[in-house]
Ligand binder design. Structure first.
Ligand SMILES: [Zn+2]
Length: 205
């Protein structure tokens, strides 16, 4: 199972923080609810592309001694099963779907000089599919004065909500409370997203 590391700041600070297993050690098991601190259980490695970083990051893992299952502490700027950070995906989707930029211009707005056509289309398709569920789920977070333009389509409305709430804050809520993924879960992960590790068969576009 993955839970989120409440982390905001430069990636270098994330590297420093996860070096200390005690710092964010869960004091109970989120899977079996045993009230015992989890045991450090090493790291797994995953790739991450952010505005200023493109490489491998370590994700800390803990083990529950009661149910023998692992919990990993994913930094909240990273999306489960996707290589690109929330910020990059968000900037691209806003530029393309809200501001109407071309695919190439939207990729540049997201800091990507080379964006394969398929990748951009993949994010767009997944977001469009997910938008109705996201906009419903995010209603409770949106500010009361948030313009709810009934004429706006789900995609624009959801993007505006995400912009006003903040993408990472919205992701924190959706993922931690509802196990909802901003771009939806792939078929190879179970719908609740409760997996101890990411299946190697899943590609990360
Ligand atoms: Zn447990």
């Amino acid at each position: 199972m993955q839970i989120l590391h409440p982390f905001a700041g430069p990636i270098q600070r994330y590297f420093d923080e996860i070096a200390d297993a005690d710092r964010y050690r869960p004091d109970h098991c989120p899977q079996c609810e045993a009230k015992r601190p989890l045991t450090g259980h090493g790291f797994y490695h995953r790739t991450l592309v952010d505005a200023t970083f493109d490489g491998v990051i370590r994700v800390r893992r803990y083990l529950c001694c009661c149910c023998k299952r692992t919990v990993s502490l994913l930094p909240e700027f990273a999306l489960p099963w996707l290589r690109f950070s929330i910020t990059v995906v968000a900037m691209f989707l806003v530029a393309r779907l809200l501001n109407g930029l071309t695919l190439a211009a939207a990729a540049r707005a997201a800091g990507e000089t080379v964006m394969p056509y398929q990748r951009g289309q993949f994010w767009i398709r997944r977001f469009q599919k997910q938008a109705p569920a996201l906009s419903l789920a995010l209603v409770s977070l949106a500010a009361p004065g948030h313009p709810r333009n009934p004429a706006a389509d789900f995609v624009s409305r959801t993007l505006r909500m995400l912009e006003s709430i903040g993408w990472i804050a919205a992701h924190r809520f959706l993922f931690s409370q509802l196990r909802v993924h901003l771009l939806g879960w792939p078929a190879c992960l179970i719908p609740t997203g409760r997996r101890t590790t990411l299946a190697s068969a899943c590609s990360a576009p």
